[in-house]
Design a protein around this ligand. Structure first.
Ligand code: OX2
Length: 800
């Protein structure tokens, strides 16, 4: 088959690349070298690179069609893909060709790269994990499609106004997105509301889902997969010409606006009923479009529904896409006329569910009333699933009413709500946590009842990160050094090879080179003295993550410095990065206080050259790629038993930062691998934290008995930071939900050990190299390999 429509293959020489660039400028941007703007240059380069991937994509699609493989479908409300240009240059092998070609247009690679806006279609770790898994699926040649929503406005842009977080819309695709392929002819129809009539569900509102896709190339292979994103549109002819002609302009487009609101923003504010309903609508929109698309794709090569589970595995990324379970039941029973039991057996063998949390408040539930109004047939199906579930529970555990109540898909008190996590566990063949500790805690706490009923359903898959993005692209200098140390760049596809660096930790010349590369990364970040220790805490703001603990440490360091500047010791730059959810006031107070403390320290000449706090706004993937290579110390200080895994911890360790952390999430596995001697452990472990929480915990006793802690909190209370942060201090003294004060002393003492270790740079460098050398396990390629062997059981399809 001719997959190039008779066209010649795209060339790989500088001349050919340049000719294609000029051709794209002329024919696709409609402009000339003389009048090209920087935006023209960027988009033309993107198209020229994209063409090379599109060709691989066409061949991938053909190979997949040919082999009718088992597909992995990943359903996720978020994808935090990061900037696309440099990645696609690397993956298409054109990184070296671009600068010269751009020069003919009169632009530098830096100018052009600055225009590559990252699609902010995600929030934090969950969305970035989705992006890393897609990258690894393609790299491992697994037939896979990611499904998500193409939000018009991604995660908000964070700005600081007088130290306070303000949220601005992130109009990421304002200029269009050159990486995107619209596929309007694959649209789907989605119904909402309405009633159940004798013929079944009659929706009262119908919207269209229009897909577009982005290319997901594999590294070091020909495979190019896709992520397909849905955008909500009014059904055709929704424009009301009669009203428009009558001057009712707003009313004329009302329906269109209501439809488009569904894919307007990621995680609309859910502090109102309307906001909550919009989120539920988004979830169903994603699920309904994606399932119909999956079925359409199944039918290309298959006719028998009994083959569906063998050809399809659908991974639910947390509970957001859980409505896929009742939706597939509806499609099979109502539309395909399968028997209920038959349909249920297909559904149960198709879906798998990843749980990403331990926080009870993060386990989604929806009011029965709301769900029944929006999706009456789905609520009915959920009741039927629940009946069968509870019958099974009663027969296995006769007389155990409490257990029945706990396991029910419906929570009764204080309000009737549907428990999405219970539904997700009930409708899937595999449930996994995202780190060893997390998976253990899931089966011993959150899902203990389900684990007793179906022990074989539960497994663990420890998260991982893309070594291409977070080492090769983010840290080119260190990557080159690693490649020369190992004698090859094969580590980029087999990260376990990093272990070959371990002997080099004892080689003084290599250590010197290692320090040089790390220093370059710091200089590139540009935060002043590269000799100061760069101490970073980059993650979403949440009280369980305990940015407030780091802040108390900063205030303590500041007090020591003021009292005794000669004895301060190691100069530090403390860097915070992260956003707080718009309606999460406690987290926003912590942000404001950090900014106030930073300003006070900055204004004090005594602190000059010794202590600095920096907080660049709008932490995102682009910024992460600059900070991570420069970091010396990685703060992973959540209250034990709260962070499911963490992935920033992996990225930092992989780049040679040393971790100070609790025994939480994947920190446990990082410490096991890099060695206890190369990791700064502090604080209560999960059982101790749980026991203290369960007892009569009094944070004030720590305040009373620890002079430095008292001084830090008193400083806030007495208005030393412009009066900011009173509520933070009060909340710590009165409640301290996450045991910040209980862990303070152990944390500060451990930080003193960190400072002492920093004084011996040879030893520190040795530890740094060993962190990198022993972090190969945390590649997302290994994560995908684990999903494949434990859950997905799909095989690679390689292009010939
Ligand atoms: C995050 C978890 O908080 C984090 O620990 C984990 O590393 C990440 O998911 C990827 O697994 N929303 N985001 C998360 O959980 C939820 C819910």
């Amino acid at each position: 088959m001719d997959l190039r429509n008779g066209l010649r293959p795209l060339g790989t020489t500088p001349d050919e690349f340049q000719r294609d660039l000029l051709s794209n400028l002329y024919y696709r941007r409609g402009t000339t070298v003389e009048s090209a703007s920087a935006q023209d240059a960027y988009e033309t380069l993107a198209l020229t690179v994209r063409d090379r991937l599109a060709e691989r994509r066409a061949r991938t699609a053909a190979a997949h069609y040919e082999s009718n493989p088992r597909w992995v479908y990943y359903l996720s409300a978020e994808y935090l893909l990061g900037p696309q240009l440099e990645q696609n240059l690397l993956y298409s092998g054109t990184t070296e060709l671009a600068p010269a070609a751009l020069k003919t247009l009169g632009f530098s690679p830096e100018e052009v790269a600055a225009l590559d806006v990252e699609p902010g279609l995600g929030n934090g770790g969950l969305g970035r994990l989705a992006a890393c898994l897609l990258d690894s699926l393609a790299t491992l040649d697994i037939p896979a499609v990611g499904y998500g929503i193409r939000y018009d406005l991604g995660i908000f842009k964070q700005e600081f106004d007088n130290g306070e977080q303000v949220e601005r819309p992130d109009d990421w695709a304002f200029q269009g997105d050159p990486w995107e392929f619209p596929a309007p002819d694959d649209w789907q129809m989605v119904g909402f509301y309405g009633f159940l009539g004798p013929e079944g569900w009659v929706p009262g509102e119908v919207v269209h889902g229009e897909p577009s896709h982005l290319l997901i190339p594999g590294y070091g292979t020909e495979t190019v997969n896709i992520v397909r994103l849905w955008r909500a549109r009014a059904a055709r002819a929704s424009f009301d010409l009669r009203r428009f002609s009558a001057g009712q302009y707003a009313e004329a487009v009302e329906e269109a606006v209501r439809a488009e609101n569904i894919s307007k923003v990621l995680y609309p504010d859910d502090s109102t009923d309307m906001g909550r309903e919009l989120r539920l609508k988004q979830q169903y929109f994603l699920v309904s479009c994606s399932l119909r698309d999956i079925v359409r794709r199944f039918r290309f090569r298959n006719a028998d529904w009994d083959d569906f589970p063998a050809k399809t595995v659908i991974q639910l990324n947390d509970t957001h896409p859980t409505l896929a379970i009742p939706e597939l039941m509806r499609l099979l029973v109502d539309e395909e006329k399968l028997e209920w039991e038959h349909a249920w057996s297909l559904v149960r063998r198709t879906f798998a569910y990843t749980c990403h949390t331990l926080l009870p408040e993060a386990l989604e539930t929806w009011p029965v009333d709301m769900l029944g109004r929006l999706l009456p047939r789905h609520l009915e199906i959920i009741y039927l699933i629940n009946e069968a579930l509870l019958a099974e529970v009663r027969s296995r555990f006769p007389g155990d009413l409490d257990r029945v109540r706990r396991m029910s898909l419906i929570q009764e008190e204080p309000q009737r709500r549907v428990r999405m996590a219970n539904l997700a566990v009930t409708g899937t063949f595999a449930v996994n946590g995202v780190a060893e500790l997390h998976s253990q805690l899931l089966t011993s706490t959150t899902f203990a009842d389900f684990a007793a009923l179906w022990p074989d359903r539960f497994t663990n898959v420890t998260n991982g990160v893309s070594p291409r993005r977070f080492v090769r692209l983010a840290n080119p200098g260190l990557s080159t050094l690693i490649t020369s140390g190992l004698g090859s760049d094969a580590w980029l596809r087999d990260l376990s090879l990093l272990s070959g660096l371990a002997p080099l930790a004892d080689d003084p010349a290599f250590r010197e080179q290692w320090r040089t590369e790390r220093r370059h990364a710091k200089e590139a970040l540009g935060l002043g003295d590269p000799g100061a220790m760069l101490d970073v805490m980059i993650k979403r703001f949440h009280e369980y993550k305990r940015q407030q603990l780091k802040l108390l440490h900063v205030i303590t360091l500041y007090h020591r410095l003021r009292d005794n500047p000669e004895r301060f010791g190691v100069p530090r730059t403390v860097l915070f990065g992260g956003k707080a959810a718009p309606a999460y006031y406690a987290a926003k107070s912590i942000i404001r206080l950090i900014n106030a403390v930073a300003a006070a320290i900055e204004a004090d000449p005594k602190a000059y050259g010794l202590l600095r706090v920096v907080f660049p706004p709008n932490y995102n993937v682009t910024l992460a790629e600059k900070i991570i290579p420069a970091a010396d110390l990685s703060e992973q200080i959540s209250m034990a038993g709260k962070e499911a895994s963490g992935t920033g911890n992996m990225k930092l360790a992989l780049n040679g930062a040393l971790t100070i952390g609790t025994l939480d999430g994947a920190n446990v596995e990082i410490r096991d691998r890099v060695g206890a001697g190369n990791f700064f452990l502090f604080g209560l472990d999960t059982p101790a934290a749980a026991a203290l929480r369960a007892s009569d915990y009094r944070p004030r006793t720590y305040y009373d008995s620890d002079d430095e802690l008292r001084a830090a909190l008193d400083a806030i209370l007495s208005g030393a930071f412009g009066g900011v942060g009173q509520e933070v201090a009060h909340s710590l003294l009165d409640r301290d939900e996450y045991l910040t004060l209980a862990d303070y002393r152990s944390y500060v003492d451990k930080q003193d050990e960190v400072a002492a270790a920093w004084e011996d740079q040879e030893h520190w460098t040795r530890m740094s190299i060993l962190n990198t050398a022993n972090s190969g396990f945390f590649s997302a390629d290994r994560t995908v390999a684990d999903y494949l062997s434990r859950i997905w059981h799909a095989s690679p399809v390689r292009l010939s």
